[in-house]
Design a protein around this ligand. Structure first.
Ligand SMILES: [Zn+2]
Length: 382
C-alpha cells in the first residue's frame, strides 16, 4: 500500500463508527448500556435487536451476519469491496498529510475518544442504577415460581444450597425492545421472571440477569415474539463485561467452574461434590473477552487480545479454571471463545495453573467430566 493509501486508511479508521452509521442512514438504534441496539441494516437481514454497535470499541455485531469495524460495516451495508468502502468513507483523493496535520488529527481523535469514553461510562452507570432498582423491587426466590421453574429444569432446592439469595422473583417484569425508526424502547411482553445478580470483580452490583418464565411450557421459559420473530427469553440489563453470576462460592475453594447460563452451571453444581465454586459467565462473549481475529485461521484459534482491560478474569484464589461447554452451541466458534478466556486467565492470573474445557452432559458425574475427556478437547496442550 502506498503512503497515500495508508493515510486514507488511517483517516477512515479514525471516523467514529456512530458517524459512519449515521452516514449509512442506520438511524433506528436504541441505547442499551454502552451499546446501540436495533435491527440489522444489511438488506434482507433486519430483525429487532440482533444488531449492535459498540462505540467504545468502534465495532458492530449482528447475531446473523457477524461483525467488524466501521469499514466492514460499510462493506456489509453497501455490499461492496474494501477499496470501494474506503472511497465511500474518505473519497478518491490521495492526500499526503503534513506531519503537523497528522498530529492535529491524532489529538482530535484522542479528544473524541475521551469524550466517547466519558459518555459510555455515564450510560453504564445509568443502566447499573436501573438494574439495581429492578433487583430491589423483586421478591425472594424460595417458595416463589422461580423454585417451580428450576424444578421444571430438573433442579430441587437441595441442588442449589445457598443460591436462593443470588436469585429473585419478579412477578411482572417488562420485556423491552428498541422501537424501529426511533431511539425509544417499547414493551413487547410483561410477565414473571427469574432474576440473578451480576457482580463486578470488586463484588459490587453491576447488572441484573433476567429469565422470563412460563410454567405452562415444557422448558419453563416464556415464548416471546415480536414482529413474527422469536426473542430470547433471557437477557441482562446493566454492564456485564468482566462480571459473573456467582451462584456458589464455598470457603476455601480453589477451583472455579463456569457455564454460560444459570441452568448449565447448576447442572455442574448438582454433579459436583460442593468443593468448587460455580459461576455463570452470562455469555460466551463475556467469558472469551476480546479475541485476536485478524489474520489467517485466527477466527477459530482462540487467541485472547490481552489489551482488553475489562475482560473477565477469575479471582486470585482460583488455581484451576474450568469452562463448561454447552452441547447446543456452534462447536468451533464456541471452543475458540472458551479457549480465549481460559488462556487469558492463565496468562494474566499467576495463581491460575490449570485450565480446562468440559462438556455439559446430563447424567454424567462432574468428577468424571473433569477427569475424563471423551472428545479429546484437551489434547492440544491447553
Ligand atoms: Zn444481519
Amino acid at each position: 500500500m502506498s503512503a497515500a493509501d495508508d493515510d486514507r486508511l488511517s483517516e477512515a479508521q479514525s471516523i467514529p463508527i456512530m458517524d459512519i452509521a449515521a452516514q449509512l442512514k442506520i438511524e433506528d438504534l436504541a441505547r442499551a448500556g454502552h451499546e446501540w441496539v436495533g435491527p440489522c441494516p444489511r438488506p434482507g437481514c433486519g430483525g429487532t435487536d440482533r444488531f449492535s454497535i459498540n462505540p467504545d470499541l468502534g465495532v458492530y455485531n449482528c447475531r446473523a451476519c457477524g461483525g467488524g469495524d466501521g469499514i466492514a460495516l460499510v462493506r456489509m451495508v453497501l455490499g461492496c469491496d474494501f477499496p470501494s468502502a474506503l472511497s465511500h468513507l474518505v473519497g478518491e483523493k490521495h492526500l499526503e498529510l503534513s506531519e503537523e496535520e497528522r498530529d492535529r488529527r491524532r489529538r482530535d481523535r484522542e479528544k473524541q475518544r475521551q469524550k466517547d469514553e466519558a459518555a459510555a461510562n455515564a450510560a453504564r452507570e445509568k443502566a447499573r442504577r436501573q438494574a439495581h432498582r429492578i433487583w430491589m423491587d423483586a421478591l425472594p426466590s424460595l417458595g416463589s415460581p422461580v423454585q417451580d421453574y428450576l424444578a421444571i429444569r430438573g433442579f430441587r432446592p437441595e441442588d442449589y444450597p445457598g443460591i436462593a439469595v443470588r436469585l429473585r422473583f419478579h412477578p411482572a417484569l417488562r420485556y423491552m425492545v428498541p422501537v424501529r425508526g426511533s431511539r425509544e424502547w417499547q414493551v413487547v411482553h410483561c410477565g414473571p421472571a427469574m432474576l440473578a445478580v451480576v457482580q463486578r470483580p470488586d463484588n459490587k452490583f453491576s447488572a441484573v440477569h433476567r429469565t422470563w418464565i412460563d410454567l405452562d411450557r415444557p422448558n419453563g421459559k416464556a415464548a416471546i415474539e415480536h414482529n413474527g420473530e422469536g426473542l430470547q427469553a433471557k437477557k441482562s440489563w446493566g454492564p456485564v463485561k468482566g462480571c459473573a453470576i456467582r451462584l456458589f462460592t464455598p470457603a476455601k475453594a480453589d477451583t472455579l467452574i463456569m457455564g454460560e447460563g444459570i441452568e448449565t452451571t447448576l447442572t455442574g453444581l448438582r454433579a459436583g461434590d460442593g468443593s468448587a465454586a460455580y459461576w455463570a459467565g452470562i455469555s460466551l462473549g463475556n467469558m472469551a473477552g476480546r479475541r485476536i481475529l485478524k489474520g489467517k485461521g485466527m477466527k477459530f484459534a482462540g487467541v485472547p487480545d490481552l489489551t482488553d482491560d475489562r475482560a473477565f478474569l477469575p479471582p486470585p484464589w482460583v488455581r484451576r479454571l474450568v469452562f463448561i461447554k454447552d452441547g447446543d452451541s456452534e462447536p468451533k466458534t464456541t471452543r475458540a471463545k472458551l479457549l480465549s478466556g481460559l488462556r487469558r486467565a492463565k496468562a494474566q492470573m499467576p495463581g491460575c495453573e490449570t485450565i480446562q474445557i468440559v462438556h455439559a452432559e446430563d447424567g454424567l458425574d462432574l468428577n468424571d467430566m473433569l477427569l475424563g475427556d471423551p472428545s479429546g478437547e484437551n489434547k492440544d496442550g491447553l
